[in-house]
Design a protein around this ligand. Structure first.
Ligand SMILES: Cc1ncc(COP(=O)(O)O)c(C=O)c1O
Length: 326
């Protein structure tokens, strides 16, 4: 496999693998028939960690190679990608302009506080309208050019195939760790929003451990939109299908945890978060990782995962615990 393409510029944001650890007490609390492990992307060492740092190594690398002096990107006010872009920009010596769709919360949440602390300029919009967000990104980008700067625009959520190279690397890292401790990794359970993380893991699994299933848990876009987006990233990451991915079979999505939609907590996710906290002392966020954990817990309880070794992909997002979700 040629992921990541060796010629891709990369700006290092961390130099050690994120930990892979067994969750003995959670496994026991759920009946002991499934061996649950966790990949601690939440412990990547920058700005409260999270999976999007993987994307940013390649996105910041591309921006620097392009001679940019300013990163421009967008998301919601709790966007982990925006917070981490602010921190990565600080590390790389790049200015950061963030466009956040609204409406703003009644009190200022940790997302905006942290983005500002890392030195980013935040532009908050009154509504969730996608066209308004894109128009504001275009306006901010023009303003950077008009003042003599060189912008590099990163898609909403840091999504896209360039960033997904970082996720494929994370997958290869997991399989190295799993080999070292003798874990088969029958299944990875991962929250899926733009699908870049799932796409990268699918390609890594096809290359290194074809029996591993990658189960994406839908937290934002519906399966009808997400499936083709993942399929297209898988094809771009793996152009001649060197990894031998059967995309129809490989893209597994659980839509049952979305509840009232993106950023809306659910009772099932809350209960799963409490179970993990109470058995392992590990926190998950209500927007992404708690919903993925709820899917895993429900699969284990149903008996469908009996006898399996399952990795919970803890993608981070912890400031979301304190985000006002009004
Ligand atoms: C904590 C967390 N988990 C999961 C995801 C989903 O990752 P992806 O957009 O690659 O599907 C995100 C994306 O914002 C995230 O911040």
């Amino acid at each position: 496999m040629s992921v990541p393409a060796p010629e891709l510029p990369r700006f290092r944001l961390f130099d050690a693998p994120s930990p892979l650890a067994p969750l003995h007490r959670l496994s026991a609390a759920l009946g002991g028939r499934t061996e649950i492990w966790v990949k601690r992307e939440d412990l990547l060492p920058l700005a409260f960690g999270g999976n999007k740092l993987r994307n940013l190594e390649f996105l910041v690398g591309a921006a620097l190679a392009d001679g940019a002096d300013t990163l421009v990107t967008s998301g919601r006010r709790w966007s982990n990608h925006c917070r981490l872009t602010a921190a990565a920009g600080a590390r790389a010596g790049l200015a950061v302009e963030l466009v956040l769709s609204g409406p703003p919360a009644s009190v200022r949440g940790p997302g905006v506080v942290l983005m500002t602390a890392f030195g980013a300029t935040v532009h908050q919009l009154p509504s969730l309208d996608r066209d308004a967000r894109e128009a504001e990104v275009a306006r901010v980008t023009r303003a950077v050019v008009e003042r003599g700067g060189r912008p590099y625009v990163i898609e909403v959520g840091g999504s896209g195939v360039l960033g997904a190279h970082g996720q494929a690397l994370a997958g290869l890292e997991l399989f190295d760790q799993a080999d070292a401790v003798g874990v088969a990794v029958d299944r990875i359970v991962v929250p899926s929003a733009t699908g870049g993380t799932q796409a990268g893991l699918i390609v890594a699994a096809a290359d290194r451990s074809p029996a591993t299933r990658v189960a994406g848990v839908i937290v934002a876009r519906p399966a009808s939109e997400l499936r083709p987006a993942i399929g297209s990233m898988v094809r771009s990451l793996n152009p001649d299908n060197a990894a031998g991915v059967d995309a129809d079979r490989a893209i597994e999505l659980d839509e049952r945890q979305l509840g009232d939609g993106y950023g809306r907590p659910t009772a099932e996710a809350g209960a799963a978060a409490d179970l993990l906290a109470g058995t392992e002392g590990i926190l998950v966020d209500p927007i992404y990782t708690a919903k993925a954990l709820a899917s895993l817990v429900s699969g284990v309880r149903s008996g469908a995962l009996d006898g399996q070794q399952v990795v919970f992909w803890h993608a981070g997002g912890l400031p979301g615990i304190f985000e006002p979700l009004d």
